[in-house]
Design a protein around this ligand. Structure first.
Ligand code: ATP
Ligand code: MG
Length: 394
């Protein structure tokens, strides 16, 4: 029985002098994630590798499932460890290992040993040859293929002998927190949770803002957004969620501005409020689920006008994704089923029948100027009545 996982990481391994910063960030995220499940875990960093030693009442499936949500991990290898002993014992150990991990195998294989402990009397090539021979003697139906083996037996000879042959997939990306933080505009739709997940995958910590419009949008619509934040927090870690009451601003726009411009003006106010909270939370950008051409408010012209409302960069990870590609990711990260629940969104209530698809900034600014005198107070009120709380994984 094994009780150690070797964590393989990709990109963070090539960060030169900053490498240890990323390794520390990854080790920290692994530690935080494993603290949420049962078992005792010791995380060890050793020569460019991270090992997780499991003890107590840990469960294999639960542990792998937790690790597979930690960005920065590309592979999770269950490692068997054996006492450091002579080659005869090692031959016996690898035969037992094959019986346990690859029973009845008829596959091709290769043994690749690394002698980290230089005191060991045999060199790596001698160990490979000895162990290959031992496997062939015990399991004559297996065969050696040094170029394209179906099973690669990886061995490290250290203070103990570490042996593994299976690499379970991790989510890739970079550890959360290694690349600053951003404010996600999180609606109840399919796109924005995916956009948040993708941003976090690049190591960015996520804060979020949701605009609701009671009584036009219900408590259930808000709960749906909390549920979506919770679903992605499995990957992103805890999310600070700001719930902004947007009703009065929306009504003011509705009463004052041309109806075909409602959506784009509303989106500009959303961005301004998102920027306010982003600056307060120390975020370096705003993230949305927008995609070119998806709806009238996401044409190139509309995106330009929306962008012009804020100074912070607006990141749109889905900008060139088709809807079907977004849906695929949403299903994979398990937000889809929640996203398609049919609760009304504040944008759907105040939409014009024929919204502008090519808004001009000067025209929109002229319409917004009509809100002067009353909008300032409404913005202030929306900000100070905002409810902020932290959403954590279940
Ligand atoms: P989604 O894009 O999440 O599927 P949607 O398609 O209903 O939802 P759009 O109207 O396309 O939303 O809005 C584009 C983007 O604007 C969203 O992806 C989200 O980032 C942001 N957004 C829209 N409505 C809200 C809201 N009520 N609160 C916070 N952000 C919002
Ligand atoms: Mg959308």
């Amino acid at each position: 029985m094994f009780h150690t996982y070797l964590i393989k990481y990709g990109e963070i391994g090539i960060k030169g002098n900053n490498r240890h910063v990323f390794e520390d960030a990854l080790a920290k995220q692994v530690r935080l994630k494993l603290a949420q499940i049962s078992g005792d875990f010791e995380i060890r960093k050793e020569r460019g590798r991270i090992y997780v030693e499991c003890s107590g009442d840990w469960d294999e499936e639960e542990t792998v499932s937790a690790l597979s949500c930690v960005f920065g991990i590309v592979g999770i290898c269950p490692v068997h460890t054996y006492e450091l002993a002579g080659i005869d014992e090692l031959r016996r150990d690898i035969v037992a290992y094959v019986a346990e991990e690859h029973p009845g195998s008829k596959e091709s294989f290769k043994v690749k040993a690394r002698r980290v402990n230089k005191e060991y009397p045999l060199d790596s090539m001698q160990i490979d040859a000895q162990l290959g021979e031992a496997i062939l003697e015990a399991y004559p139906q297996m065969h050696v293929d040094v170029h394209h083996p179906e099973i690669l037996f990886d061995l490290e000879i250290r203070d103990r002998v570490y042996m593994y042959s299976k690499v379970l997939p991790g989510p890739g990306g970079m550890p959360v927190g290694s690349n600053g933080s951003a404010m996600l505009c999180l609606s109840g739709g399919i796109d924005s949770p995916v956009a948040g997940w993708m941003t976090a995958k690049r190591g960015v910590k996520i804060d979020a803002v949701y605009f609701h419009a009671p009584p036009y949008t219900s408590e259930r619509a808000k709960q749906k957004v909390v549920d979506l934040a919770r679903a992605i927090s499995k990957y992103t870690g805890p999310i600070r969620l700001h719930v902004v009451n947007f009703t009065d601003i929306q009504l003011a726009i509705y009463d004052t501005c041309p109806h075909e411009e409602l959506t784009v003006i509303m989106r500009r106010y959303m961005m301004r409020i998102a920027e306010h909270f982003a600056e307060k939370d120390g975020d370096l950008g705003i993230v949305t689920g927008e995609s070119i051409g998806q709806v009238a408010s996401q044409t190139m012209q509309s995106l330009l006008v929306t962008n012009a409302a804020v100074r912070l960069p607006v990141y749109r990870p889905l900008v060139c994704f088709d809807k079907s590609e977004i849906v695929d990711v949403a299903k994979r990260i398990e937000t889809y089923e929640t996203s398609i629940l049919p609760y009304e969104d504040c944008c759907t209530i105040f939409v014009a029948r024929h919204p502008v698809t090519k808004p001009l900034l000067e025209v929109i600014e002229r319409s917004e100027a009509k809100l002067k005198g009353k909008i300032e107070e409404l913005l202030e009120k929306a900000i100070y009545t905002t409810e902020t709380f932290t959403v954590k994984p279940e």
